[in-house]
Design a protein around this ligand. Structure first.
Ligand code: ADP
Ligand code: MG
Length: 348
């Protein structure tokens, strides 16, 4: 008897769903935040209204991220810190959380990622898109000011020595991605399914596609940024790419890009054209892709071997177009159409 009632109930629910048209159609949205266009596709559960609410929450969270983390927005937490001239500043919780995680990545990468590169980023004109090439003396002076270990973070209180300024451009999108993904997971435990594209090749796959298949994400060919040379399959995983092709300018036949080597304060020339990191955390992907780009192939591969606790895998593309990938991507990595004749060297 009980079974019959349950069957009848199930039939009613299914009919109601069909009548209401509530198939798992995605709720999509496009937002401009953190200097880039972001696209979200939320499958959520059967409740479209709830999914729309989640989308609106995400959009407002991103506006909040912009307000807090942008070094160029004079009201942000970060701009306030950069103006403080040696005085302690009280941060909002998310900013303190992001800073603490970012500083940890600076430490573990031995300063290949360094959030105090901001004076150099400004000197090259990347913040205001008024590009210039600083002189050798200026670069030496700027490099001497890059030192993440001078940042003192105690709970929510941060103190920077005078002359040191921070920029979370290399990690903020990843932090935002993790934050948004966590919200989707909280709202739809067990049936979460969303693709969060935070722009500039920072992607978070929440769950799998409806039906259980992995999300298939293209990896940009740095030599031809409108094409994808590979596809990575992601389930509950993030992916982030850093490359010289993303933001750069040319002067006298030389290309200068926005990823700087903290040792020289000049664009990092490690022989790499792009680095793609795949990891459960988008912050790890964002921070490490920048850091590994600075390190180069050999040092980057050694870093991968020495840090299994960071749970990441990497795809390196050199300036000569050689492709390298780490062993953990087995079964999740394939070359894209038009690239299947390319050789891929396995890093183990
Ligand atoms: P994108 O923001 O284009 O995705 P990245 O995540 O690689 O690229 O971050 C690059 C940004 O981070 C630069 O625009 C600059 O603001 C800052 N930056 C540049 N070099 C470094 C570095 N070595 N460590 C930390 N931040 C950096
Ligand atoms: Mg980054």
């Amino acid at each position: 008897m009980k079974k019959r009632i349950l069957c009848a109930l199930l039939a009613v629910v299914l009919c109601a769903c069909a009548l209401a048209g509530c198939s798992r159609e995605p709720v999509e949205s496009t937002t401009f935040a953190m200097d880039t266009v972001m696209n979200f596709t939320l499958y959520g559960g059967w409740d479209r209204e709830k999914t729309k609410e989640t989308r609106d929450w995400m959009t407002s969270r991103l506006a909040y991220c912009d307000e807090m983390f942008s070094a160029t927005d004079e009201n942000s937490d970060i701009a306030q810190v950069n103006r403080a001239a040696g005085q302690p500043v009280e941060l909002k919780n998310p900013t303190a959380e992001l800073l603490s995680q970012a500083l940890e990545l600076c430490r573990v990468t031995d300063g290949a990622l360094d959030i105090t590169a901001y004076p150099a980023v400004k000197a090259w004109g990347f913040t205001q898109e008024e590009h210039r090439v600083p002189s050798e003396e200026e670069l030496a002076e700027l490099a001497a000011r890059i030192d993440y270990s001078a940042v003192k973070l105690d709970g929510n209180t941060i103190t920077l020595p005078e002359g040191v300024e921070i920029d979370l451009g290399a990690v903020a999108k990843g932090f935002a991605g993790d934050w948004l993904a966590q919200q989707v997971r909280n709202i739809y435990p067990g049936e979460d399914s969303a693709l969060l594209d935070l722009g500039q090749s920072t992607i978070v796959a929440v769950g799998s596609k409806p039906g259980g298949k992995p999300w298939r994400i293209g990896v940009v060919d740095p030599a031809q940024p409108e094409s994808y040379f590979a596809v990575v399959e992601l389930v509950d995983m993030a992916m982030g790419t850093s490359g010289g092709y993303q933001r750069y300018f040319e002067q006298d036949g030389i290309t200068y890009w926005h990823i700087l080597d903290p040792d020289t304060a000049a664009p990092a020339r490690s022989g790499l054209a792009s680095v793609t990191v795949v990891a459960p955390s988008a912050l790890t992907c964002d921070g490490l892709s920048t850091a590994l780009f600075v390190m180069g192939l050999e040092e980057g591969a050694a870093f991968w071997r020495n840090h299994p606790e960071l749970e990441f895998d990497v795809i390196f593309v050199t300036e000569d177009g050689e492709i390298y990938r780490t062993a953990g991507l087995e079964g999740r990595f394939s070359l894209a159409e038009g690239y299947t004749d390319r050789e891929v060297t396995l890093l183990e």
